[in-house]
Design a protein around this ligand. Sequence first.
Ligand code: C5P
Length: 221
Amino acid sequence: FRPKPLTGRRVLLTAGPTFEPIDPVRGITNRSSGKMGFALARAAQQAGAEVHLIAGPVSLDTPWGVVREDVETAQQMYDAVMQAVLNCDVFISVAAVADWRVDQTSTHKIKKTAEQTVPSLTFVENPDILASVAQMPNPPYCVGFAAESGELETHGEQKRTRKNVPLLIGNLGPQTFGRDDNEVTLFEQSGITRLPRADKTSLAASLIDEIARRLPDASLI
Ligand code: C5P
């Protein structure tokens, strides 16, 4: 009998993109299917954890036994995370959060008319959810994700230290969007670990094992 590695642990995850409105019918978003985050939520639940998943707009079913909360914007995701984070042991930030939102959203649909010029948008910065959680006085064990378009090894470690998290999981983004498999590299203070390419379900189970082994008091539970 092998005890489940996350028994008694509370895990909070974010997944999917955020959607930032321009007007009631338009918006900007990031490319993310939510598959990796949902696979991790399922794997954490199967590893014995109590799992709370905060999801941006995705078309995926809620994994069995997982408490899911749907949000749209980065600010809503930030508020939901801040509400939920106090009681959790692990925070896994998989969501592709929009870095900026539109400054003045229009309450009516911006009309395309012959006399009107092309509209221009100004943006304001969204809160960095992961960095905010990592900065808390007694933060949960924080895991970040990074999708890079190149030079993963340089950017991954830089991002880990910038966000101040013990573990950052990096992948080369454009090759994985919407796919069912992924290839990731783990960045931590002691160095990097490359995991072999695998489908997102089995990769999620391996990542949950890797995370569980790194938790404080991992051997006590
Ligand atoms: O800086 P970048 O967006 O590449 O960082 C990615 C990591 O930071 C992911 O873990 C993502 O969920 C998190 N993040 C966040 N809030 C933001 C931007 C990114 O939590 N506003």
